[in-house]
Write a protein that binds this ligand. Structure first.
Ligand code: 6LW
Length: 502
């Protein structure tokens, strides 16, 4: 996703919009690489490349092999939490927690686009949010949420010493997590998140003379929080420090963009934002974290905008396409009907953990999705998914198009219409709710069908709050895609078009 220049010399923030939480970044010469959590979605752990920390291109996924998929019993929003990505001794190292399916593991690669190694289990490393840092004698220290630390042999995955508690944040703050350790100048800095990943989220830092402390906290902690403010970016935390191309410093971090009336609902998940950092008396000072960042002083390297249309004419799918607990390649194919994506239902609906669903993250507050769907041999269509209990779908089958809304325990059929036999263009518009509408929704999800003359016929306009993280719970955000609930469904093309209001 490229962040295009804005006429008055700013760049949009988030720099990686949509469900891209817990960003971890590393610099290798003039190149930057970043990885994010992916939970139940596969391929897992998306990897991005940038030359300027502003414009990012997804170059692959760490978890992209059939044998690495998640067991069906792993709940949504469990699975792959919070990686740390580092480059050391000529190799990329990534540690991550597979919650509910094995705990902490290490992957390595020479090329961050892949292939990545098999996972090396780290059985002695407890908890979540593992961080990697090496001291001068080459010892690797893994620090985890809580905050505790132990030396680990990365050849065997076994610990080389006991786990020891470190500085664990400011007094009484909940959930000290997302630790990252850095050697900068004469100090070792320990950066953490605290306050929980909701509206109380914050970033705090301490420093010491050794990688294990003792650490003195920064006198102006938290160095970043938006709690208690009206700022449009909320839940700011889970940060990673990185040196910019001009030698200055930045934070990448997660944040959300709530919409609607109180308490506010975020629907895109936790997104990756960028914030400038300066240093005063050996402590970081985080600059303005705003939706329009002043264009950085260093050269920018814009990247091509993602195409609106996926036409499935090629052999595989772009790395942005996701399925649940399994890779899309295990569920769909572009080779059965040339130029079409073919989905064979496995009898599971979107309510099931093994739904045949392939989608892409919603990355804009408002967007339009259209797809040409041939369900003459089955039943399926387009869906906006939060999890198995929160999704809206427009479904074609047997010359009929129907809209369903799954909200917690409820799954009413909301609308239906007869359509001519054969392929049909289904559509989902995520639109601002009209100001005169007192529903204070963050958005309206409008599901419908295109008539043969191209006119879009809305069948249902549903309140978007029920597909928000505040309602569904968990750690993800919306994914919009195609599914098959019965038989075989073919998709000729899939259009995702941002709406300018965003
Ligand atoms: C992650 C923790 C957090 O492990 O949420 O925002 C958890 N912070 O650090 C899942 O993303």
């Amino acid at each position: 996703m490229s962040a295009q220049h804005h006429p008055h010399g700013t760049v949009p923030n988030p720099v990686i919009p949509g469900l891209h939480p817990d960003p971890s970044v590393c610099r290798v010469g003039e190149d930057y690489y970043l990885a994010c959590s992916s939970f139940e979605y596969f391929p897992g752990i998306p990897v991005f490349h940038s030359r300027d920390l502003v414009h990012w291109t997804q170059i692959g996924n760490v978890l992209d092999r059939p044998e690495l998929h998640l067991p069906l019993e792993v709940p949504s929003s469990a699975g792959i939490y919070a990686p740390t990505l580092r480059h050391h001794d000529g190799r990329f190292h990534l540690v991550v927690t597979n919650v509910g399916a094995g705990g902490n593991v290490l992957f390595t690669a020479t090329d961050p686009a892949g292939p990545w190694s098999d996972p090396l289990p780290l059985p002695d490393v407890p908890g979540i949010d593992p961080d990697l840092a090496w001291d001068e004698d080459g010892t690797c220290w893994i620090t985890v949420a809580g905050v505790s630390q132990q030396p680990v042999d990365l050849a065997t995955g076994r610990s080389l010493g006991p786990s020891r508690p470190l500085w664990s944040g400011t007094v009484d703050a909940q959930a000290p997590e997302a630790p990252h350790l850095y050697r900068i100048g004469e100090w070792w800095y320990l950066l953490i998140a605290e306050g929980g990943t909701e509206r109380g989220h914050s970033v705090a830092i301490a420093r010491g003379r050794t990688p294990s402390g003792p650490f003195e906290p920064c006198p102006h902690n938290p160095v970043l929080t938006h709690r208690g403010t009206h700022r449009p970016i909320q839940n700011t935390g889970h940060a990673d420090l990185v040196q910019a191309p001009d030698g200055s410093w930045c934070l990448v971090l997660l944040g959300v963009r709530p919409g609607g009336g109180t308490p506010g609902w975020h629907v895109l998940g936790r997104e990756t934002f960028l914030a400038p950092v300066t240093w005063e008396d050996g402590w970081p000072v985080v600059g303005g974290l705003t939706p329009e960042l002043p264009a950085p002083a260093w050269p920018l390297h814009p990247v091509p905008e993602a195409p609106v249309r996926d036409d499935f004419d090629g052999a595989g799918l772009h790395p942005r396409w996701l399925s649940v607990r399994r890779r899309p390649a295990e569920l769909v194919t572009t080779g059965e009907r040339p130029g079409w994506l073919t989905l064979h239902a496995a009898g599971a609906s979107l309510d099931a953990p093994d739904a045949v669903f392939v989608g892409r993250r919603q990355q804009h507050p408002f967007c339009e999705v259209r797809a040409l769907v041939d369900a003459t041999a089955g039943r399926g269509g387009l869906a906006v998914r939060l999890d198995e209990r929160h999704h809206y779908e427009v479904e074609a089958a047997d010359g009929e198009v129907r809209v369903f809304a799954r909200i917690g325990p409820l799954r009413p059929e909301v609308a239906s219409v007869r359509v001519p036999a054969g392929p049909v263009v289904l559509g989902i518009d995520v639109a601002p709710h009209p100001p005169e509408d007192s529903r204070t929704a963050p958005d309206l999800v409008v599901l419908g069908v295109e008539q043969p003359d191209g006119a879009f016929t809305p069948l249902a306009s549903l309140d978007g709050r029920y597909l928000s993280t505040e309602v569904a719970g968990g750690f993800t955000g919306r994914v919009i895609g195609a599914y098959a609930a019965a038989g075989t469904v073919h998709v000729d093309w899939f259009d995702y078009r941002p709406r300018k209001e965003s």
